[in-house]
Design a protein around this ligand. Structure first.
Ligand code: NAD
Length: 406
């Protein structure tokens, strides 16, 4: 297949591009390199030393004898460029990773909120409008998030996108219906993914676009078989308070001999998936495309759930680190249950990599090996979710300690 990978220089997009190329697909990476500019803005680099995209691509050519092409394009800003690219490349499928993906970054200030909405909603809508205008039958695979559902579930297993519901009319008569599971986004970033979901439903219904939306859990792990071929292919590892996910921050804190910082009670339960499985799920989604006229195919792309304090306990056991509880900058429940259906991907053939099976490798080969590159002052999450939290003395103390204005 000819496949465009939008956001192919990022944490998920890079290993996905390599895997698809290794499987014999003709891959074109499209990226505006905004994630690298955000590294500059935040004054923090990936823990792993990632080289420039042209160097990455040259290393892939050398090690695999296969070529991946690159187009530098902002898909949110340059609609005509995107349409020209689709016309010129005539792809069979487009994998869409190209969005601002950090919840804390999206909550930093009104300018970060506006950037995240503008970038993500426009990027997705431009892609859909350009696909229709091109007149081509392209399978679009989008990376969404489990956070679209919110984390206050009414005691049921989260279904894969759709739920049977009884709607009651004004005469009290119940009407059976199957609807999109109601969204409950917990940040501006998650709100953009909820908007994406409606855009997809509309374009599948109105224009017959073939779309798969993958509601992905938190991705952990750094390397895949392909990124491990050569040091120049190494994948990004974010550990800072904005882009570093909870497990990555625990891993670097342990490697530096710092306590693992748990926000609030640590009773928050989240869904996780290893990077290798995330890449595998995209292959599986490409192999199981919906038909023209089908509704959007929505799959939950996760393999296990963990409470944050249990994750901290696992990392503490593996490394001997201590645990420190801190004020929670997020506006969220202190604890939640999370049960998620993931039958589709397992049915397609996914064999999950578990935390218990693969975490030790991450501790030694990534966090331990590159700990000397870590700037410990970047680890705490200092974004505030609400105006009230700007006055929280515990959060202000944390911000002052790390040299940040409250
Ligand atoms: N990393 C996770 O744990 C996780 C979990 C759930 C869902 N996702 C989703 O997967 C996707 C990829 O996540 P990631 O962790 O690889 O993020 P990332 O920030 O590492 O990668 C995103 C890439 O898209 C590019 N990009 C952003 N806006 C663009 C634009 N307007 N035009 C062109 N390129 C643009 C960036 O430069 C970057 O290379 C995101 O949509 C994210 O919401 C990620």
């Amino acid at each position: 297949m000819k496949i465009l990978v939008l956001g192919g220089d990022g944490f998920c997009g890079w290993p996905c591009s390599l895997r698809l190329s290794a499987r014999g697909h003709d891959v074109v990476i499209v990226d505006n390199l905004s994630r690298r500019s955000i590294d500059e803005e935040l004054g923090c680099q990936s823990l792993t030393p990632i080289v420039s995209l042209p160097e990455r691509l040259a290393a892939w050519r050398e090690t695999s004898s296969r070529s991946i092409h690159f187009t530098h394009l902002d898909i949110a800003q340059d609609y005509d460029g995107l349409l020209r690219l689709i016309d010129a490349q005539a792809p069979d499928a487009i994998v869409h990773f190209a969005e601002q993906r950090s919840a804390p970054y999206s909550m930093k200030s009104s300018s970060h909120k506006r950037y995240t909405i503008d970038n993500n909603v426009r990027a997705t809508h431009n892609l859909l409008a350009a696909t229709v205008e091109s007149g081509r039958d392209i399978h679009i695979v989008h990376l969404g998030t489990m956070g679209v559902y919110g984390y206050h579930t009414p005691g049921l297993q989260l279904p894969e996108g759709y739920v049977r519901a009884q709607l009651v009319d004004s005469r009290g008569t119940a009407v059976e219906s199957e609807i999109l599971f109601p969204t409950n986004p917990g940040s501006i970033y998650h709100l953009t993914k909820a908007q994406d979901q409606l855009l997809f439903a509309y374009y599948a219904k109105n224009d017959g676009l073939r779309i798969t939306d993958l509601h992905q859990g938190i991705v952990w792990g750094t390397q895949t078989d392909e990124t491990a071929y050569d040091d120049r292919l190494i994948n990004r590892f974010d550990y800072d308070g904005d882009y570093g996910t909870v497990l990555n921050r625990f891993l670097v804190q342990a490697a530096l001999g710092l306590p693992l910082s748990v926000h609030g009670t640590g009773g928050q339960t989240r869904a996780f998936i290893h990077l290798r499985d995330s890449v595998r799920c995209i292959e599986l989604a490409l192999d199981h495309a919906p038909m023209r006229g089908d509704r959007v195919a929505i799959f939950n792309q996760m393999t296990e759930t963990h409470r944050v304090r249990d994750l901290a306990a696992i990392v503490a056991r593996l490394t001997g680190a201590t645990i420190a509880y801190q004020a929670n900058p997020r506006n969220e429940a202190e604890s939640n249950e999370l049960e998620v259906e993931n039958a589709s991907m397992v049915g397609f053939g996914l064999e999950p990599t578990t935390l218990s099976g693969a975490l030790l490798d991450e501790v030694t080969s990534i966090a331990g090996r590159y700990a000397h590159r870590c700037d410990a002052s970047k680890v705490p999450c200092l974004s505030r979710w609400t105006r009230e939290s700007l006055a929280d003395p515990d959060l202000n103390l944390l911000a002052t300690k790390h040299g940040m204005a409250a």
